[in-house]
Ligand binder design. Structure first.
Ligand code: FES
Length: 135
């Protein structure tokens, strides 16, 4: 019996800016969002939502993803003009989907998503061995 597919919430900052991406009056975040809409329009287990600022403006463009009882990840420095980010995000989410608690080792992330991680947050009641309960 196959495992139920993980429902993933993918968020993209709509208001991120990048100087080189602003020459046709569209914010870099909006461009990235449109490319992600196109990429995932037929992917049933990925919900895409836009957010007006994800409070990581210095690392524009920003995306995050999460799922129930799974680690939440935030990635930054994404250039919507570089198709490698768009092409590889599907592979990134596939690795995430295969991991029971969503934990992604560096080697399990596509090359382009190995150095631009901004945050990794464990789920409530996580049993991960990277967590030390202090109180
Ligand atoms: S404008 Fe994108 S994180 Fe603030």
């Amino acid at each position: 019996m196959s495992k139920k597919q993980k429902e993933i919430i993918l968020s993209v900052c709509l208001t991120c800016t990048l100087n080189k991406a602003q020459n046709n009056n569209k914010l870099a975040g909006e461009k990235l969002a449109q490319k992600l809409i196109d990429k995932f329009k037929n992917t049933k287990n990925v919900t895409l939502r836009g957010v007006n600022c994800m409070s990581n403006c210095k690392r524009s463009c920003i995306v995050s993803f999460t799922a129930e009882n799974c680690f939440t990840y935030v990635f930054g420095d994404i250039d919507p003009e570089n198709s490698a980010y768009i092409d590889s995000i599907e592979e990134l989410l596939l690795s995430y989907s295969k991991s029971d608690d969503g934990f992604l080792r560096r080697r399990h992330r596509p090359e382009i998503y190995r150095s631009n991680i901004v945050g990794r947050f464990p789920p409530i009641n996580s049993k991960s061995d990277i967590i030390i309960n202090l109180k």
